[in-house]
Design a binder for this molecule. Structure first.
Ligand code: GLA
Length: 384
């Protein structure tokens, strides 16, 4: 009897944690564009823009402040926000973001200091979690600097327990950069875990992260996601094709989609990448399968992602410095790894970015994939 009750409560606990992010979380985070230079007005401006520029209506939900909102602790150990940069306090900021129909995320660290040298949560986990709950925090990113001799598994479990004890549903984003292979232990602890070190706004950083995530597809699913880091779309001198490839590949990887650019100065063509509903629907597909690399010949790659309703997404990714031109007949290839059976059905093939029907899986199709670009297609079975 005792064992049955224990099993049931463990099962119920794992399930309630998992149901917080049945599809990969979507939102915005301050780090990739503002770094340490954040303040309440900047964050409110971003929330206003997300609510108005089309992002909210396609699913971007969390507005997350990263490192450098915190300056110290009071005599009772309560975490203190920077009162110069956040004069109204964090609760008022959370209320403002909630008033826009959005959710609010915050950052801390398992060490005694954060990566930018601000106070971390070590020794204060339960007190900090109670503070976050009181403020109305919906998402916690929890970093790994100054972690000293702690074990990642133990440290993240402690904060998970603290969040649970706070009584508020808070997404828990594990950020220990993949060092201890969190995909092997973090399901049921957090809803997402970083798989690599920090992304930078360059094409080689993006392709390196893609390579490091290629083998991790068995570990992702509803409520537990590999996190290849926040988006650099719109940052640095990424070309339009590189921005599109970055976004497409994050969707193929079923990655959390946290924009990381200054939305005040975003170019319309870049915003159109972030808000493309059809591409987002591949990321947010209800099956929650992470895509896998079907083939790689030099700089030419084919990625596949199983989708609900017997469909699949296919991404032709060209890392090369020249255009990739080729003819392709789907029905001659083997797509059984994503439950596509060309011997059972014919499939309609559509170009997702162009929103255009290309033909069927039996046709000989001609593709041109731009330099550092992608062609993203969807296969849908014709069942009549
Ligand atoms: C680490 C994280 C980054 C960011 C910074 C903040 O490097 O991996 O994503 O949060 O800390 O200091």
């Amino acid at each position: 009897m005792f064992i049955a009750v224990l099993c049931f409560s463990l099962f119920a606990e794992a399930n309630s944690t998992d149901s917080l992010a049945l599809t990969p979380p979507m939102g915005w985070n301050s780090w990739n564009c503002f770094h340490r230079d954040i303040n309440e007005q900047k964050i409110k401006d971003m929330a206003d823009l997300i609510a108005a520029n089309g992002m909210k209506s396609v699913g971007y939900e969390y507005v997350n402040i990263d490192d450098c909102w915190q300056v110290g602790r009071d005599k009772d150990g309560n975490i203190l926000a920077d009162s110069v940069r956040f004069p109204s306090g964090i609760k008022a900021l959370a209320d403002y973001i909630h008033s826009k129909g959005l959710k609010f995320g915050i950052y801390s660290c398992a060490g005694s200091l954060t990566c930018a040298g601000r106070p971390g949560s070590r020794g204060y986990q339960f007190q900090d979690a109670r503070t976050y709950a009181k403020w109305g925090v919906d998402y916690l990113k929890y970093d790994w600097c100054h972690a000293e001799e702690q074990s990642p598994k133990g440290a993240y479990r402690t904060m998970k327990d603290a969040l649970k004890a706070s009584g508020r549903s808070i997404i828990f984003s594990i950020c220990e950069w993949g060092n201890s292979e969190p995909w092997k232990w973090a399901k049921g602890v957090g809803q997402l875990w970083r798989t690599t070190g920090d992304i930078i706004d360059s094409f080689p950083s993006i392709t390196d992260i893609i390579d490091r995530n290629a083998g991790l597809y068995p570990y992702a699913g509803p409520g537990h996601w590999n996190d290849p880091d926040m988006l650099q779309i719109g940052n640095g001198d990424l070309t339009l094709e590189e921005n599109r490839s970055h976004f497409t590949m994050w969707c193929m990887l079923a990655a959390p989609l946290l924009a990381g650019n200054d939305l005040k100065i975003i170019k319309p063509e870049v915003l159109n990448i972030l808000i493309n509903k059809d591409v987002i629907s591949i990321d947010q597909d209800s099956l929650g399968m992470q895509g896998q690399r079907l083939s790689k010949i030099g700089d030419h790659e084919i990625w596949v992602k199983q989708l609900a309703n017997g469909e699949a997404a296919v991404c032709f990714f060209n890392r090369d410095e020249k255009m990739w031109n080729f003819d392709y007949q789907f029905s001659k290839e083997d797509y059984r790894s994503v439950n596509i059976y060309f011997n059972k059905f014919s499939y309609t093939v559509s170009d997702v970015w162009k929103n255009w029907k290309l033909g069927t899986s039996k046709d000989n199709l001609k593709f041109k994939v731009p330099i550092h670009g992608v062609v993203l297609v969807k296969l849908a079975p014709n069942k009549d």
